[in-house]
Design a protein around this ligand. Structure first.
Ligand code: OAD
Ligand code: ZN
Length: 249
């Protein structure tokens, strides 16, 4: 059930910014990073998702990404992703900021997407920076090599210790600063700078709503935390807007 204040805010909203994390893809069958199903072969994401780990054991790190890519190829966007596509159609200024690298928002049909952490379906050579999109993760054993120079191929994702794509981040900060409502969906809200976006929104006077299966640090500051699955709650936002159209009486 949506609160009366959220329904009222939604009806009046010109600008909405949504930040998503691994939780929105969980219902599609993509494992989250943290929490019960978050561990892969007992490694924490911080141990694998960094450049040093890749250099010292490229096959292991590549295998983790290949494992995730194989899952992603087999799954489909879920009602949470689809609801965000519908929300985008109904809000004049809508920005979807995602920490996910799984491409599911794009496959669902969202348009204005800011990928803060890159995209796992792209890869590039660490030596000559040539992109290689034809890697077949079903066939491959171990890290692939660049066809041009023989360098190691890495996924085009942001690793711990690396800088986020600056233009993308600054667009996200701008969207968080100007929105009327900010939704933080399915993210543990602990990996910065993404985790700072809801606070940017709060500072600029937005109504901040968290949608998560459990409480996070953000629960202390958000105006509302809706506990439950993204795939159940997000479609309710669209229903509410259709029942009480924007600007209507
Ligand atoms: P996490 O795995 O840290 O958190 C997932 C969150 O989703 C948890 O808070 C869960 O409670 C919640 N959740 C699980 N299922 C859900 C559902 N069906 N509906 C709503 N919420 C649900 O994932 P992120 O916060 O995305 O970074 O992780 C942030 C970053 O850490 C990732 O982008 C990745 C990782 O290391 C990089 O790869 C750079
Ligand atoms: Zn190369």
């Amino acid at each position: 059930m949506l609160s009366e204040s959220l329904i009222a805010k939604l009806r009046g909203a010109e600008s909405v910014c949504v930040l998503t994390g691994a939780g929105i893809s969980a219902e599609s069958g993509v494992p989250t990073f943290r929490g019960e199903d978050g561990l892969w072969k007992k490694f924490k994401p911080e141990e694998l998702a960094n450049f040093d780990a890749f250099i010292s054991n490229p096959d292991l790190v590549w295998e983790w990404y290949a494992y995730r890519r194989r899952i992603i190829q087999e799954v489909k966007p879920n009602p949470g992703h689809h609801a965000l596509v519908e929300l985008e159609k109904r809000i004049p200024d809508f920005t979807l900021v995602t920490q996910n690298v799984d491409n599911l928002h794009r496959r669902a049909g969202s348009n204005h997407i800011l990928e803060l952490h890159g995209n796992i379906e792209r890869s590039y050579c660490i030596d000559c920076r040539t992109f290689d999109s034809d890697i077949d993760v079903k066939e491959l054993k171990g890290v692939p090599r660049c066809k041009k120079c023989g360098g190691l191929i890495r996924p085009d994702v942001v690793w711990f210790g690396e800088i986020l794509p600056l233009a993308v981040l600054s667009e996200a900060v701008s969207a968080a600063s100007r929105c009327d409502i900010f939704f933080s969906v399915g993210t543990s809200a602990i990996v910065y700078p993404a985790a700072s976006l809801p606070y940017t929104a709060l500072e600029h006077g937005a109504y901040v709503v968290q949608i998560n299966r459990e409480h996070t640090d953000l629960s202390l500051s958000a105006h509302e935390t809706m506990l439950g699955k993204a795939g159940d709650i997000l479609p309710q936002l669209v229903e509410a807007l259709d029942k009480h159209p924007r600007g209507g009486v």
